[in-house]
Design a protein around this ligand. Structure first.
Ligand SMILES: Nc1ncnc2c1ncn2[C@@H]1O[C@H](COP(=O)(O)OP(=O)(O)O)[C@@H](O)[C@H]1O
Ligand SMILES: Cc1ncsc1CCOP(=O)(O)O
Ligand SMILES: [Mg+2]
Length: 264
């Protein structure tokens, strides 16, 4: 594992306050916007087909999450991905529960085929791209990150993108480099849409750290890991965890991130 300057990358992200177009689901919109604001980025939830492509041309990054799908949303996602591609804007795909129905699986595959810069999902979502039966239950993972590692490597190599698999210990690869990120909290899957919000945060770092999407992704996951671990110590359960997590995301400075990050 090469050393990643997570402090410098966090500093740059905050200095730029990147504008991130988040096409995310109804459940995630509020927490995702708050996570970006707390961490130091600027969110905009813009998904209509009529404007999503144009907007993708002026943002620092785009994120697409298929959590609450319907045909107009898919049209907006495809328009946004095309706009991002035309402008050279980095974009992230979060294929929420794409193993659950054939409609969802087709949508995820079609959007994946548009060539995201980064794919971020839980272990069951990443594993399902290999055709393996997933142990996922709706939006929740039922597989270990380890079980999805080989699929992540293969996807990253074949499609020349960064793949991030999240769970108790996260795994990130660009097909050559690999990193495992610890920290976090068992309360994180108890708060809805924290994974979706993380996808938006990955976008923020990718937008600010354009030259290396792998390093940008690792830094986003590292910040989440350090903030989650610290928030766990302050929380009494999922409700107070969510509040503590937002406060902690805002409070962590680059030096603390560098000192506390758990990357292997
Ligand atoms: N058991 C756990 N212990 C520590 N952190 C976790 C745990 N489960 C998930 N996380 C963290 O929660 C965040 C969201 O990941 P995950 O739950 O896999 O996504 P999703 O919500 O999309 O299923 C990530 O930062 C991940 O590291
Ligand atoms: C509950 C739910 N239903 C559709 S999308 C969604 C949110 C999923 O959030 P996450 O993937 O972060 O657990
Ligand atoms: Mg998810």
């Amino acid at each position: 594992m090469t050393t990643i300057a997570v402090d410098t990358i966090l500093e740059k992200m905050r200095a730029e306050t990147p504008l991130v177009q988040c096409i995310t689901n109804y459940v995630a919109m509020n927490i995702a916007a708050n996570v970006l604001l707390a961490a130091g980025a600027s969110p905009a939830m813009i998904h209509a087909e009529e404007e999503a492509g144009e907007f993708a041309g002026i943002v620092s990054a785009l994120t697409i999450n298929i959590g609450t799908l319907s045909p107009p949303w898919i049209a907006g996602m495809k328009a946004a991905a095309a706009g991002a591609k035309a402008a050279g804007t980095p974009w992230v795909l979060d294929p929420v529960a794409h193993f659950a129905t054939s409609y969802r699986a087709r949508a995820a595959q079609e959007i994946l085929d548009l060539g995201p810069t980064i794919l971020r999902g839980n272990a069951s979502e990443i594993l399902a791209f290999s055709g393996a039966t997933s142990g996922g239950k709706g939006v929740d993972a039922g597989d270990t990150v380890e079980a999805a590692e080989e699929t992540a490597r293969a996807l990253a190599r074949e499609r020349k993108m960064v793949v991030a698999v999240t769970g108790e210990t996260d795994f990130v690869t660009d097909g050559e480099r690999e990193a495992r990120i610890g920290g976090g909290s068992a309360l994180m899957p108890q708060v809805t849409a924290l994974g979706c919000a993380l996808t938006c945060l990955v976008g923020a770092f990718a937008g600010a750290w354009r030259d290396d999407a792998f390093e940008a992704t690792v830094t986003a996951l590292a910040l989440y890991g350090v903030a989650g671990k610290r928030a766990h110590q302050l929380a009494q359960g999922p409700g107070s965890f969510q509040v503590a997590f937002l406060d902690t995301l805002a409070a962590i400075n680059p030096a603390e991130l560098k000192a506390k990050v758990e990357i292997a």
